[in-house]
Write a protein that binds this ligand. Sequence first.
Ligand code: 5GP
Length: 212
Amino acid sequence: MKRDGILVVISGFAGAGKGTVVKGLMERHEGYALSVSMTTRAPRPGEKEGVSYFFTDKEHFEKTIAENGLVEYAQYCGNYYGTPRAYVEEKLSEGLDVILEIEIQGAMKIKKLFPDSLLLFVMPPSAQILKERLTGRGTETPEVIKQRMDRAAGESEGIEDYDYILINDTVDRCVEEAHAVITASHARPKRNLALIEQMRADLKKMAEEKDI
Ligand code: 5GP
């Protein structure tokens, strides 16, 4: 029986390593499709158009919003970020689990629009380790690091709204835990209503038959 794809949101503080976890998930396991977001933020060194993000300007982003081309969007540290609709719908209908690596406001919008979505929050082992990871990246200015730490403090207020938290102590363990949670989620009765109905109908028919 064809299984339905799950819309999986992966959020976490900047520097928590969610990008690495998502990359590990895609490389090591089948059945996933990674959504590439659109943003007005400038590319960082090494980021590729259409792979890291679809980089665009404010005008084009707002036009895409107006055309209903995004499943959700949010503003984060002065820039727009959004999830293109067409890819998500196409891959879910193919039965793939679609991964959205997005921040908390977007995650809450997804939960509202897609109540069956699965929300995962990646946490660093400690706040100190988060700060060290952000500083060690070497790609951001001290002001941006400060902005992102402040943002993390704010985002920590919303963690209870997620379905599961994943502690990113080692990437390997965190990737396998994410995969385990998603796999287990496929086994939930509410995601298997057709299978349950079929079983019920077959059992009822058998019960009505006189012979075994
Ligand atoms: P960064 O600038 O570090 O690449 O991303 C900043 C934040 O925006 C991260 O928390 C990232 O997960 C989030 N983000 C990336 N794409 C999207 C998106 O399409 N929608 C929303 N709501 N957030 C996104």
